[in-house]
Design a protein around this ligand. Structure first.
Ligand SMILES: *[C@@H]1O[C@H](CO)[C@@H](O)[C@H](O)[C@H]1NC(C)=O
Ligand SMILES: *[C@@H]1O[C@H](CO)[C@@H](O)[C@H](O)[C@H]1NC(C)=O
Ligand SMILES: *[C@@H]1O[C@H](CO)[C@@H](O)[C@H](O)[C@H]1NC(C)=O
Length: 463
């Protein structure tokens, strides 16, 4: 009995694994081009895959494979299909989701790209894929002094990791400067200017992998916000108020030795090349009452440009940031209600605001967005174009009767591409707009009654 059940299980597993591999063998990659951009501290990889269905049944999804070390640092994976030829070429965005398959060789993890139309046997299609990796440039040496340049390691494979056979492939790695200390060679490998070229390689079987290590100079601002809390407070009485609390760190090679401000100011280009000082926040158009302060107080050395399309706040922490140094600060501003708060056709109200972090080229390890709805709002629902953790809180401020609903959205590993609009819908009964004035009147009335009583008491005592 046990034996037969066991046999059945084995048979099912066998069947499943055959099924899985069959799907993989239906597809082959005719041509693959990979461009890895190491210009900032966020690694951007652009993949162009020309896929072909060489099987006998149609294909609806295409798998992307990542080594387990990269999956943990993957901030974003996007895909689109090229439709039409040459000048009439357009791109259609496709759904990409992480796929729970049994791990491939060496713990390979998968993402699935869902095609709009099934790819029939014999047909080909070009896919454009973009993915981004954070914390993937490893400083070496681990510590540098003020006058030294920052060097980092980048690890990957010369061959694109894929469950499919790849007929021809080439990888280009773009470095931020011409200084490359060393790089692995997997023939043919060439270097010219800011570019390293691996390949072309022909006929690589599925899961081919050949580790490479590039040791390069990268002095771009390794700006990482370890924790960002953005609070958006909606009041039906005035504007929308935003408060953003930042814990910023320089995540590059740690600073060693002392810091000389004299040397830093004398030759900033040579001294402290890997440090950063200027920060740029892209704020919504028409912002008002902007402030920027840290633990000590207001910082006035900031420049604000307000436009009808966007606003920019340029500011500096009190000191330049070197590797491992941190700065904690708060930015606050108000935005006009009519640009961000709307009424949907079904009568609900909604906020349409930008997710993500306003600082340019910055990684946020943990982002929390809190939307404080007006008092009396009900049934909040959220539309965000990617996966976030959602929860509800309640907040009381001084004139509140029942408190306000706070929608809390949390996301880890956030990059600038996450700065896309999201919406929070809610029901609002205008009668609740009277809550605050009623509360105010009640407070005055109570005061009035108390003082009258007190006066009467006083008089009666004197008699
Ligand atoms: C798995 O890892 C081992 C050791 O790192 C390596 O030798 C082997 O080629 C890898 N296999 C695949 C299929 O990637
Ligand atoms: C800081 O600046 C803002 C806006 O300019 C102002 O409203 C606030 O009172 C200032 N705070 C302090 C402590 O100076
Ligand atoms: C939200 O705002 C963006 C522009 O910032 C706009 O493109 C989009 O259509 C808006 N979405 C909704 C649902 O209003």
């Amino acid at each position: 009995m046990e034996a037969s059940r066991c046999f059945l299980l084995v048979a099912i597993f066998f069947f499943l694994s055959i099924g899985g591999s069959c799907a993989a063998q239906d597809v082959q990659i005719v041509n693959a081009e990979r461009r890895i951009d190491l210009a900032s501290h966020i690694v951007k990889v652009y993949l162009t895959l020309k896929i072909e269905n060489i099987g006998t049944s149609s294909v609806t999804e295409v798998l992307l494979a990542f080594p387990p070390t990269q999956v943990n640092h993957l901030a974003l994976v996007k895909a689109q299909a090229a439709v039409g030829k040459r000048k009439k070429k357009t791109y259609v965005p496709l759904d990409v989701k992480s796929k729970d398959l049994p791990d491939g060789p060496n713990g390979t993890k998968y993402f699935s790209i869902y095609l709009l139309d099934p790819l029939n046997p014999g047909e080909a299609l070009t896919l454009e894929i973009l993915y981004m990796l954070t914390h993937s440039l490893e400083p070496f040496p681990l510590e540098i002094s003020q006058s030294e340049s920052q060097l980092v390691y980048f690890r990957d494979s010369a061959f694109i990791l894929s469950p499919y056979h790849i007929k021809e492939q080439t990888t280009f790695i773009k470095t931020p400067s011409k200084r490359v200390e060393s790089f692995s060679v997997v023939e043919p490998t060439n270097r010219a200017g800011l570019e390293l070229k691996y390949g072309p390689y022909n006929d690589q079987s599925p899961f081919s992998y050949s580790p490479i290590l590039v040791h390069l100079e990268n002095n771009n601002a390794f700006a990482v916000v370890e924790d960002l809390v953005r609070e958006v407070e909606i009041s039906h009485w005035g504007s929308i108020q935003i408060t953003e609390q930042y814990k910023l760190v320089h995540a590059g090679a740690r600073h060693k030795g002392g810091f000389s401000r004299v040397e830093y100011q004398g030759k900033p280009g040579y001294n402290g090349v890997s440090s950063f000082k200027n920060l740029l926040a892209r704020l919504p158009p028409k912002v008002h009452s902007v402030y920027y302060r840290d633990d000590i107080g207001n910082i006035s050395s900031s420049r604000l440009r307000v436009g009808s399309q966007k606003s920019e706040l340029e500011f500096e922490p009190r000191y330049p940031l070197f590797g491992g140094w941190k700065a904690t600060f708060v930015i606050g501003y108000g935005i006009p209600m009519e640009d961000f708060l709307f009424e949907s056709p079904d009568g609900r109200r909604y906020l349409n605001f930008s997710f993500g972090c306003p600082l340019s080229e910055t990684v946020v390890d943990k982002l929390t967005v809190k939307i404080v709805l007006p008092e009396g709002s009900q049934e909040p629902s959220v539309v965000v174009p990617f996966e976030v953790k959602q929860s509800l809180e309640r907040k009381y401020s001084y004139l509140d009767v029942v408190g306000r609903t706070v929608v809390v959205l949390e996301k880890t590993n956030v990059v600038p591409e996450h700065n896309s609009p999201f919406q929070v819908y809610y029901q609002f009964k205008p009668i609740f707009m009277l809550a605050e004035p009623v509360m105010l009147i009640s407070v005055f009335f109570l005061l009035f009654v108390t003082s009258i009583t007190y006066l009467h008491l006083d008089l009666s005592l004197r008699k």
